[in-house]
Design a protein around this ligand. Structure first.
Ligand code: TXA
Ligand code: MG
Length: 319
Protein backbone atom coordinates (compact mmCIF):
# COMPACT_ATOMS: atom_id res chain seq x y z
CA UNK A 1 0.00 0.00 0.00
CA UNK A 2 1.29 3.40 -0.98
CA UNK A 3 0.47 7.05 -0.75
CA UNK A 4 0.23 8.48 -4.26
CA UNK A 5 0.25 12.18 -5.12
CA UNK A 6 -2.86 13.52 -6.84
CA UNK A 7 -2.30 13.46 -10.61
CA UNK A 8 -3.85 11.89 -13.68
CA UNK A 9 -1.93 8.62 -13.36
CA UNK A 10 -3.10 8.23 -9.75
CA UNK A 11 -6.71 8.95 -10.66
CA UNK A 12 -6.54 6.35 -13.46
CA UNK A 13 -5.17 3.77 -11.05
CA UNK A 14 -7.86 4.62 -8.49
CA UNK A 15 -10.59 4.29 -11.12
CA UNK A 16 -9.25 0.87 -12.09
CA UNK A 17 -9.27 -0.19 -8.44
CA UNK A 18 -12.82 1.05 -7.82
CA UNK A 19 -14.12 -0.74 -10.91
CA UNK A 20 -12.54 -3.96 -9.74
CA UNK A 21 -14.15 -3.76 -6.30
CA UNK A 22 -11.13 -2.48 -4.39
CA UNK A 23 -11.02 0.35 -1.88
CA UNK A 24 -9.43 3.75 -2.42
CA UNK A 25 -8.82 6.41 0.23
CA UNK A 26 -9.22 9.93 -1.08
CA UNK A 27 -9.54 13.47 0.24
CA UNK A 28 -12.76 15.45 0.17
CA UNK A 29 -13.19 19.04 1.36
CA UNK A 30 -14.32 17.68 4.75
CA UNK A 31 -12.18 14.67 5.68
CA UNK A 32 -10.49 11.75 3.90
CA UNK A 33 -12.94 9.07 2.84
CA UNK A 34 -12.55 5.32 2.42
CA UNK A 35 -14.25 4.79 -0.93
CA UNK A 36 -15.81 1.85 -2.74
CA UNK A 37 -18.13 1.36 -5.70
CA UNK A 38 -21.49 1.92 -3.96
CA UNK A 39 -23.22 -0.57 -6.27
CA UNK A 40 -20.86 -3.43 -5.37
CA UNK A 41 -22.01 -5.36 -2.27
CA UNK A 42 -18.65 -7.02 -1.69
CA UNK A 43 -16.70 -3.80 -2.03
CA UNK A 44 -19.03 -2.07 0.44
CA UNK A 45 -18.66 -4.99 2.84
CA UNK A 46 -14.90 -4.56 2.57
CA UNK A 47 -15.29 -1.00 3.92
CA UNK A 48 -16.87 -2.33 7.12
CA UNK A 49 -14.17 -4.98 7.41
CA UNK A 50 -11.30 -2.51 6.98
CA UNK A 51 -12.80 0.06 9.36
CA UNK A 52 -13.54 -2.56 11.98
CA UNK A 53 -17.01 -1.14 12.50
CA UNK A 54 -18.89 -2.97 15.26
CA UNK A 55 -22.18 -2.56 13.44
CA UNK A 56 -23.46 -1.63 10.03
CA UNK A 57 -23.87 2.13 10.16
CA UNK A 58 -25.21 3.38 6.87
CA UNK A 59 -22.64 5.05 4.60
CA UNK A 60 -22.69 8.31 2.69
CA UNK A 61 -22.85 7.82 -1.08
CA UNK A 62 -20.90 10.43 -3.01
CA UNK A 63 -22.14 11.40 -6.46
CA UNK A 64 -20.98 13.76 -9.20
CA UNK A 65 -24.10 15.86 -9.38
CA UNK A 66 -27.83 15.96 -8.68
CA UNK A 67 -28.77 14.21 -11.90
CA UNK A 68 -26.67 11.22 -10.88
CA UNK A 69 -28.28 11.27 -7.41
CA UNK A 70 -31.72 11.08 -9.00
CA UNK A 71 -30.86 7.66 -10.47
CA UNK A 72 -30.69 6.22 -6.97
CA UNK A 73 -33.00 8.12 -4.61
CA UNK A 74 -36.48 9.60 -4.61
CA UNK A 75 -35.82 13.29 -5.08
CA UNK A 76 -37.99 16.04 -3.60
CA UNK A 77 -38.34 19.80 -3.52
CA UNK A 78 -36.39 20.19 -0.28
CA UNK A 79 -33.48 18.31 -1.81
CA UNK A 80 -33.59 20.61 -4.82
CA UNK A 81 -33.44 23.72 -2.66
CA UNK A 82 -30.60 22.48 -0.48
CA UNK A 83 -28.53 21.14 -3.33
CA UNK A 84 -28.90 24.33 -5.33
CA UNK A 85 -27.72 26.35 -2.38
CA UNK A 86 -25.03 24.16 -0.76
CA UNK A 87 -23.78 21.65 -3.31
CA UNK A 88 -21.16 20.80 -4.16
CA UNK A 89 -20.15 21.11 -0.52
CA UNK A 90 -20.16 19.66 2.98
CA UNK A 91 -23.80 18.59 3.11
CA UNK A 92 -25.28 15.07 3.02
CA UNK A 93 -29.00 14.58 2.51
CA UNK A 94 -30.91 11.45 3.46
CA UNK A 95 -33.62 10.45 0.98
CA UNK A 96 -35.69 7.31 0.31
CA UNK A 97 -34.07 4.68 -1.92
CA UNK A 98 -35.61 4.34 -5.32
CA UNK A 99 -37.23 1.01 -5.99
CA UNK A 100 -34.57 -1.23 -7.55
CA UNK A 101 -31.91 1.33 -6.67
CA UNK A 102 -28.52 -0.01 -7.72
CA UNK A 103 -26.94 1.26 -4.50
CA UNK A 104 -25.89 -1.68 -2.30
CA UNK A 105 -28.39 -2.32 0.48
CA UNK A 106 -25.41 -2.60 2.77
CA UNK A 107 -24.65 1.11 2.19
CA UNK A 108 -28.16 1.76 3.57
CA UNK A 109 -27.49 -0.66 6.47
CA UNK A 110 -30.49 -2.56 5.15
CA UNK A 111 -32.75 0.49 5.49
CA UNK A 112 -34.96 2.34 3.06
CA UNK A 113 -32.85 5.47 2.71
CA UNK A 114 -29.52 6.63 1.28
CA UNK A 115 -27.40 9.57 2.39
CA UNK A 116 -26.23 11.46 -0.70
CA UNK A 117 -23.43 13.97 -0.94
CA UNK A 118 -21.87 15.95 -3.77
CA UNK A 119 -18.38 16.81 -2.54
CA UNK A 120 -16.63 19.96 -3.75
CA UNK A 121 -13.08 18.75 -3.13
CA UNK A 122 -11.12 18.65 -6.40
CA UNK A 123 -9.77 15.13 -5.95
CA UNK A 124 -13.19 13.75 -5.03
CA UNK A 125 -14.78 15.46 -8.03
CA UNK A 126 -12.10 14.14 -10.41
CA UNK A 127 -12.54 10.62 -9.05
CA UNK A 128 -16.32 10.75 -9.40
CA UNK A 129 -16.12 12.07 -12.95
CA UNK A 130 -13.41 9.67 -14.12
CA UNK A 131 -15.01 6.58 -12.57
CA UNK A 132 -18.63 7.37 -13.38
CA UNK A 133 -19.51 5.52 -10.18
CA UNK A 134 -21.42 6.47 -7.07
CA UNK A 135 -18.81 6.11 -4.30
CA UNK A 136 -19.72 4.97 -0.80
CA UNK A 137 -17.25 6.49 1.62
CA UNK A 138 -17.16 6.81 5.37
CA UNK A 139 -14.33 8.73 6.99
CA UNK A 140 -11.09 6.79 6.48
CA UNK A 141 -10.40 6.05 10.14
CA UNK A 142 -10.73 2.93 12.22
CA UNK A 143 -14.10 2.71 13.93
CA UNK A 144 -14.40 4.92 17.00
CA UNK A 145 -11.42 7.09 16.14
CA UNK A 146 -10.98 10.61 14.86
CA UNK A 147 -11.56 11.33 11.17
CA UNK A 148 -8.36 11.78 9.12
CA UNK A 149 -7.62 15.07 7.40
CA UNK A 150 -4.26 14.17 5.82
CA UNK A 151 -3.02 11.22 3.77
CA UNK A 152 -0.56 10.42 6.58
CA UNK A 153 -3.45 10.10 9.08
CA UNK A 154 -5.11 7.62 6.77
CA UNK A 155 -1.90 5.65 6.50
CA UNK A 156 -1.57 5.50 10.29
CA UNK A 157 -5.19 4.39 10.68
CA UNK A 158 -5.67 1.88 7.91
CA UNK A 159 -2.52 0.78 6.14
CA UNK A 160 -3.53 -2.87 6.38
CA UNK A 161 -5.81 -3.94 3.59
CA UNK A 162 -5.88 -0.60 1.80
CA UNK A 163 -4.39 -0.65 -1.70
CA UNK A 164 -4.28 3.07 -2.51
CA UNK A 165 -4.33 6.41 -0.73
CA UNK A 166 -4.57 9.54 -2.88
CA UNK A 167 -2.70 12.40 -1.29
CA UNK A 168 -4.49 15.68 -1.91
CA UNK A 169 -3.02 17.60 1.00
CA UNK A 170 -5.01 18.88 3.96
CA UNK A 171 -8.79 18.88 3.95
CA UNK A 172 -10.30 22.30 3.80
CA UNK A 173 -13.21 21.79 6.18
CA UNK A 174 -11.69 19.13 8.43
CA UNK A 175 -15.05 18.35 9.95
CA UNK A 176 -17.45 15.80 8.56
CA UNK A 177 -20.40 16.97 6.51
CA UNK A 178 -23.71 18.07 7.96
CA UNK A 179 -26.18 15.18 7.64
CA UNK A 180 -29.80 16.16 7.24
CA UNK A 181 -32.70 13.74 6.94
CA UNK A 182 -35.24 14.81 4.30
CA UNK A 183 -37.00 11.45 4.12
CA UNK A 184 -39.66 12.08 6.77
CA UNK A 185 -42.26 14.71 7.53
CA UNK A 186 -39.83 16.78 9.56
CA UNK A 187 -36.37 17.96 8.64
CA UNK A 188 -33.91 16.50 11.13
CA UNK A 189 -30.21 17.31 11.42
CA UNK A 190 -28.62 13.95 12.23
CA UNK A 191 -25.10 15.34 12.46
CA UNK A 192 -24.12 19.00 12.75
CA UNK A 193 -21.42 20.31 10.43
CA UNK A 194 -20.25 23.28 8.45
CA UNK A 195 -23.71 23.85 6.97
CA UNK A 196 -25.49 25.05 10.09
CA UNK A 197 -29.08 24.78 11.21
CA UNK A 198 -29.60 28.48 10.57
CA UNK A 199 -28.32 28.12 7.02
CA UNK A 200 -30.62 25.15 6.39
CA UNK A 201 -33.67 26.87 7.87
CA UNK A 202 -33.06 29.99 5.85
CA UNK A 203 -32.66 28.08 2.60
CA UNK A 204 -35.77 26.00 3.20
CA UNK A 205 -37.84 28.61 4.97
CA UNK A 206 -38.77 25.84 7.43
CA UNK A 207 -37.84 24.64 10.87
CA UNK A 208 -35.03 22.09 11.07
CA UNK A 209 -34.88 19.92 14.17
CA UNK A 210 -31.67 18.77 15.74
CA UNK A 211 -31.47 15.24 17.10
CA UNK A 212 -31.37 16.69 20.63
CA UNK A 213 -34.74 18.40 20.47
CA UNK A 214 -36.39 15.44 18.77
CA UNK A 215 -35.77 12.42 20.97
CA UNK A 216 -39.47 11.61 20.79
CA UNK A 217 -39.66 12.32 17.11
CA UNK A 218 -36.79 9.98 16.34
CA UNK A 219 -38.71 7.18 17.97
CA UNK A 220 -41.62 7.79 15.64
CA UNK A 221 -42.40 4.77 13.47
CA UNK A 222 -41.53 6.64 10.30
CA UNK A 223 -37.93 7.09 11.25
CA UNK A 224 -37.59 3.72 12.93
CA UNK A 225 -38.88 2.11 9.77
CA UNK A 226 -35.73 3.37 8.09
CA UNK A 227 -34.00 0.56 9.88
CA UNK A 228 -34.98 -2.66 8.24
CA UNK A 229 -36.58 -5.26 10.47
CA UNK A 230 -38.06 -8.39 8.88
CA UNK A 231 -41.74 -9.17 9.36
CA UNK A 232 -41.00 -12.81 10.11
CA UNK A 233 -39.46 -13.85 13.42
CA UNK A 234 -35.75 -14.63 13.24
CA UNK A 235 -34.45 -17.72 15.00
CA UNK A 236 -30.75 -17.22 15.59
CA UNK A 237 -28.00 -19.84 16.00
CA UNK A 238 -30.25 -22.46 14.47
CA UNK A 239 -28.61 -25.87 14.18
CA UNK A 240 -31.24 -26.95 11.68
CA UNK A 241 -34.50 -25.70 10.22
CA UNK A 242 -38.00 -27.20 10.35
CA UNK A 243 -39.95 -27.86 7.12
CA UNK A 244 -41.98 -24.64 7.36
CA UNK A 245 -39.04 -22.36 7.99
CA UNK A 246 -36.71 -20.63 5.56
CA UNK A 247 -33.05 -21.18 6.29
CA UNK A 248 -30.41 -18.49 6.09
CA UNK A 249 -27.35 -20.67 5.90
CA UNK A 250 -23.63 -20.07 6.31
CA UNK A 251 -20.92 -22.47 5.17
CA UNK A 252 -21.23 -26.04 3.96
CA UNK A 253 -22.15 -27.85 7.14
CA UNK A 254 -25.93 -27.79 6.68
CA UNK A 255 -28.48 -30.02 8.41
CA UNK A 256 -31.89 -29.02 7.20
CA UNK A 257 -35.15 -29.96 5.62
CA UNK A 258 -36.22 -26.35 5.22
CA UNK A 259 -38.61 -25.36 2.41
CA UNK A 260 -36.11 -22.91 1.10
CA UNK A 261 -32.50 -22.17 1.78
CA UNK A 262 -30.32 -19.22 0.97
CA UNK A 263 -26.63 -19.47 1.72
CA UNK A 264 -24.83 -16.29 2.79
CA UNK A 265 -21.51 -17.86 1.88
CA UNK A 266 -20.95 -21.48 1.00
CA UNK A 267 -17.24 -20.95 1.49
CA UNK A 268 -17.83 -19.63 4.99
CA UNK A 269 -16.42 -16.25 3.97
CA UNK A 270 -17.63 -13.55 6.39
CA UNK A 271 -17.11 -10.67 3.99
CA UNK A 272 -19.22 -12.40 1.37
CA UNK A 273 -21.83 -13.11 4.04
CA UNK A 274 -21.95 -9.43 5.03
CA UNK A 275 -22.43 -8.44 1.42
CA UNK A 276 -25.37 -10.85 1.06
CA UNK A 277 -26.99 -10.31 4.46
CA UNK A 278 -29.57 -7.58 3.93
CA UNK A 279 -30.60 -8.73 0.49
CA UNK A 280 -30.87 -12.30 1.82
CA UNK A 281 -33.11 -11.32 4.72
CA UNK A 282 -35.40 -9.43 2.39
CA UNK A 283 -35.66 -12.37 0.04
CA UNK A 284 -36.67 -14.80 2.82
CA UNK A 285 -39.07 -12.42 4.56
CA UNK A 286 -42.33 -13.90 3.23
CA UNK A 287 -45.02 -14.31 5.89
CA UNK A 288 -47.62 -16.83 4.73
CA UNK A 289 -44.94 -18.75 2.83
CA UNK A 290 -42.59 -19.45 5.74
CA UNK A 291 -43.25 -19.41 9.49
CA UNK A 292 -39.87 -17.98 10.43
CA UNK A 293 -36.33 -17.42 9.24
CA UNK A 294 -33.84 -19.76 10.88
CA UNK A 295 -30.33 -18.35 10.84
CA UNK A 296 -27.31 -20.60 11.20
CA UNK A 297 -24.56 -19.53 13.61
CA UNK A 298 -22.14 -16.94 12.24
CA UNK A 299 -18.63 -16.86 13.72
CA UNK A 300 -18.32 -13.85 16.03
CA UNK A 301 -14.98 -12.65 14.67
CA UNK A 302 -13.95 -9.83 12.33
CA UNK A 303 -16.89 -8.52 10.35
CA UNK A 304 -18.91 -11.42 11.80
CA UNK A 305 -19.34 -9.27 14.93
CA UNK A 306 -21.19 -6.67 12.84
CA UNK A 307 -23.28 -9.36 11.15
CA UNK A 308 -24.31 -10.79 14.52
CA UNK A 309 -25.02 -7.34 15.93
CA UNK A 310 -27.38 -6.61 13.05
CA UNK A 311 -29.02 -10.04 13.28
CA UNK A 312 -29.64 -9.59 17.01
CA UNK A 313 -31.29 -6.22 16.42
CA UNK A 314 -33.43 -7.66 13.66
CA UNK A 315 -34.46 -10.52 15.95
CA UNK A 316 -35.47 -8.37 18.92
CA UNK A 317 -37.42 -5.66 17.11
CA UNK A 318 -41.19 -6.19 17.16
CA UNK A 319 -42.53 -7.81 14.03
O1 TXA B 1 -17.79 14.55 5.43
C1 TXA B 1 -18.25 13.41 5.37
O2 TXA B 1 -19.46 13.20 5.40
C2 TXA B 1 -17.25 12.24 5.24
C3 TXA B 1 -16.60 12.36 3.87
C4 TXA B 1 -15.69 11.19 3.55
O3 TXA B 1 -17.56 12.54 2.88
N1 TXA B 1 -17.91 11.00 5.42
C5 TXA B 1 -18.35 10.60 6.66
O4 TXA B 1 -18.94 9.35 6.66
O5 TXA B 1 -18.25 11.25 7.66
P1 TXA B 1 -19.20 8.50 8.00
O6 TXA B 1 -19.64 7.15 7.53
O7 TXA B 1 -18.02 8.53 8.88
O8 TXA B 1 -20.44 9.20 8.66
C6 TXA B 1 -21.70 9.09 8.04
C7 TXA B 1 -22.79 9.55 8.97
C8 TXA B 1 -23.02 8.55 10.08
O9 TXA B 1 -23.31 9.25 11.27
C9 TXA B 1 -24.23 7.80 9.58
O10 TXA B 1 -24.99 7.25 10.62
C10 TXA B 1 -24.98 8.86 8.81
O11 TXA B 1 -23.99 9.66 8.23
N2 TXA B 1 -25.78 8.27 7.73
C11 TXA B 1 -25.33 7.76 6.57
N3 TXA B 1 -26.34 7.25 5.83
C12 TXA B 1 -27.47 7.45 6.54
C13 TXA B 1 -28.84 7.15 6.32
N4 TXA B 1 -29.26 6.52 5.22
N5 TXA B 1 -29.72 7.49 7.29
C14 TXA B 1 -29.30 8.12 8.40
N6 TXA B 1 -28.01 8.43 8.67
C15 TXA B 1 -27.10 8.11 7.76
MG1 MG C 1 -16.84 8.75 10.60
Amino acid sequence: MDIHPFNIATINKAVEFLHSGKLVAFPTETVYGLGADATNDLAVAEIFAVKGRPSFNPLIVHVRDASMAKEFVVWNELADKLMQKFSPGPLSIVLPRKQNSRISLLASAGGDTVAIRIPSGKVAQELLKASGLPIAAPSANRSGRISPTTAQHVYEELHDGLPLIIDGGNCEVGLESTVVDLSGNDIVILRPGAITREMLEQALNRKAYSVHDTKGLLKSPGLLASHYAPMLPLRLNAASASPDEALLAFGRNILSNAKYMLNLSEEGNLKEAAANLFAGLRKLDKPGVYSAIAVMPIPDTGIGVAINDRLKRAATLPA
